[in-house]
Design a protein around this ligand. Structure first.
Ligand SMILES: Cc1cc2nc3c(=O)[nH]c(=O)nc-3n(C[C@H](O)[C@H](O)[C@H](O)COP(=O)(O)O)c2cc1C
Length: 233
């Protein structure tokens, strides 16, 4: 299985928690025999969709724009067996960079198709299945409900896994290190299970999404972090 991951975080790989979770997932996938590669959307020039529908009518299956999406990324996306879309949660949804990328995959959709009118169909014989990964700072899973609904509506049957990790910024807090290791081990198992079994087991998902600590400790760590950042201590 060829897995191609797209990470839309603007942050560098040492700071990005999307990257932390994504790489653990891919590590598990490789253990199960997959080949993996990660592309960072921040390294590519991706223009906004023009909404011209040329890709449906005048130049079927092809975008008229000239940029890295039209000339490289779209073709690579189509060649993957599994695409991993990894995005930080911004305002309860994917970030703008990931949205821009997804909008530019419109050339693969068959003209006139709409998910809420009985299912999207695709003009290419094979399009990749998709796993979505996201992280958010808020310490609650339901922070992802808008993103999750959005991804389900966009991707329909193509969506094979959603890995959401809340309390992302506290994942580097030393007092939580043991719990974070447990969580990341579960994320890695999720990658392996998806490759071997085509789905992530509920107990693995529960371990990956578990709370890192009681809310009071998370609040305290967050307060201390921002005080340090603002130079108040
Ligand atoms: C513009 C912006 C909007 C954000 N919106 C949310 C949000 O709605 N909910 C949340 O819990 N965290 C939110 N966050 C926090 C990020 O999800 C969090 O910092 C995450 O770790 C970022 O991923 P990264 O480390 O891979 O860049 C937001 C961050 C930014 C910069």
């Amino acid at each position: 299985m060829r897995i191609l991951a797209f990470n839309s975080s603007p942050r560098d790989n040492q700071t990005s928690k999307t990257e932390l979770v994504l790489q653990k997932f891919l590590e598990g996938a490789r253990r199960a025999g997959a080949e993996t590669e990660t592309l960072y959307l921040r390294d590519y020039k991706i223009k906004h969709c023009l909404g011209c529908f040329s890709c449906w009518a005048k130049t079927p299956g092809r975008c008229v724009q000239k940029d890295d999406m039209a000339e490289e990324l779209f073709a690579r996306y189509l060649q993957a067996d599994l695409a991993v879309l990894a995005t930080p949660l911004y305002y309860y949804n994917m970030n703008a960079r990931m949205k821009m990328f997804i909008e530019r995959t419109l050339p693969m959709v068959a003209p006139g198709a709409s998910a809420d009118q009985g299912g999207v169909s695709y003009r290419f014989e094979r399009v990749p299945k998709v796993a979505v990964i996201s992280v958010c700072a808020n310490p609650a899973m339901d922070t992802f409900r808008c993103l999750s609904l959005n991804m389900q509506m966009i991707l329909g049957d193509l969506l094979v896994a959603e890995i959401y990790r809340h309390t992302s910024e506290a994942m580097i807090a030393p007092p939580l290190a043991a719990k974070v290791q447990e969580v990341l081990a579960a994320v890695s198992r999720a990658g392996a299970e998806l490759v071997r079994q085509g789905q992530v087991q509920p107990e693995t998902m529960a371990a990956a999404t578990q709370d890192l600590a009681p809310p009071e400790l998370i609040m305290q760590l967050s307060k201390e972090y921002w005080e340090r950042e603002m130079g108040e201590v």
